[in-house]
Design a protein around this ligand. Sequence first.
Ligand code: GLC
Length: 546
Amino acid sequence: MIYQIYPRSFRDANGDGEGDLQGITAELANIRELDVDALWLSPFYPSPQRDGGYDVSDYRDVDPMFGTLEDFDTLIARADGLGLRIIIDLVPNHCSFEHALFRAALGSEPGSAEREVFIFRNGKGENGELPPNNWQSHFGGPAWTRITETDGTAGQWYLHLFDSSQPDFNWHAPVVHEEFEQTLRFWLDRGVAGFRVDVAHSLVKHPELPDWGGRADGNSSEGFPGHEAPMFGQPELHDIYRRWNAIMREYDGDRVLCAEASISPVERLADWVRPDQMQQAFNFAFLGTKWEPESLRSVIETSLRGFDAVNAPTTWVLSNHDVVRHATRFGYPHGGRPDGIRDGDGIGTGDAQPDTQRGLTLARAAAMLMLALPGGVYLYQGEELGLADHTELPDEVRQDPTFARTDGARLGRDGCRIPLPWAQHGETAGFNDTGASWLPQPTGWGNYARSEQQNDRRSTLSLYRAALDQRRALNLGSGSFAWYDGFGDDVLAFVNREVLVVMNLGSSEVALPGFDVLLDSDNVIPGTPKTSHTLVPEQCIWLRFK
Ligand code: GLC
């Protein structure tokens, strides 16, 4: 199991309101209790933080906000002592506009070697006043920004699939390959176990940069039917990952490359996971599925089939730093969101508010279902506490560039990045001792605190712990999968090794066979035989299948 840490919101040791590496180190033992194999750290590199650190201005250092390289070395040494590996985030599609290479490009002539590191083009129109093509940024607005040349004249345009502060690298330039190979070695030398590769499907663009009907995520060919997205899944990518894989193999022990690639269908995503390239890819189809029997059955089947075909473990994930947390999503019918809100958009005071109680009930059941599936699992910090999104953040504190780029039409991802609660009391619920916090926590946040859940055997934290313990003890991660029929259409049931997992997605109670209860999402008392042999709606149970 891999546990994702968003450093800025995890734990703040120096009290400046921003989480830091020392804060992570201080809590390693707590994380270890969850039976974590590896931690994936979202970016902690020097960055102006225009996109939560995914705008990197130096790939080989630590931002003073998070600490120092020595702090990183301490973190990795302590983690190692606890048997925890560290995976870090590699952001190779783009850097920050403050990166030295981009500053050099801006200070050089069009056509120069410095400009070649990025994707600069002359504009269209009589005076180059129109963007070179029609691509749109993921965060809203055009994917191009025009610069002022050193002589003060309006100049070329550069491509940015995300914010204008995140210029895209030109992966047709050898110097970019060299730059990242050095970065890989820099961190491998410091002992990291691998990399989660940001936007892994988009590094290489079609050299002609043709117009494209859809958004920069390549998911819509509207107006250009049948076209392959020109910023998406280009064949040269496989060579890059082959090369990185070879570099990782120069180091002892197991190393992992995990693709963050929004590619569908799953069969196409699985194409990225090959013995000589990536070891894993995030399964966003599972994360995004409607939580109702038909869709779940289909996504579980296609995920297992797709990855089995390439002999790789399927991965499962319910939340991350880019999407509304699942305890909040499940507070809406079918695990959806209020009408019209897309993934990563967030929820605000103007939206219908979720039913948090129902959300938590279903989130616990969903986690149990996920943790019983064979394959790799990714957890996002705080989901083990049952954390929900902050759905009432005031506009003036929002930081996600999506908010500004769409004039507030899309609220962005701040709601799922709220600093974690560690203690029930205190101004920031134990995130630090000073009360400073880069994003405000909602009222009642302390009720989710780890300290409160630690010794409460019915808490969400205890449920996660018990499920993860059993998952390990029974080897479910490397287990098998077979549907178990006979409960009706509204129930999802499957067998993995000796565990029968039953999830009731209907509205009436379901009679259960008389097997021993291993775990149940309603009442986490492992080993207690159930007195009434029924499963209430939105409950998931693990039975020992003999
Ligand atoms: C990935 C990250 C997201 C970031 C984007 C641009 O999708 O997960 O947080 O904004 O890439 O780097």
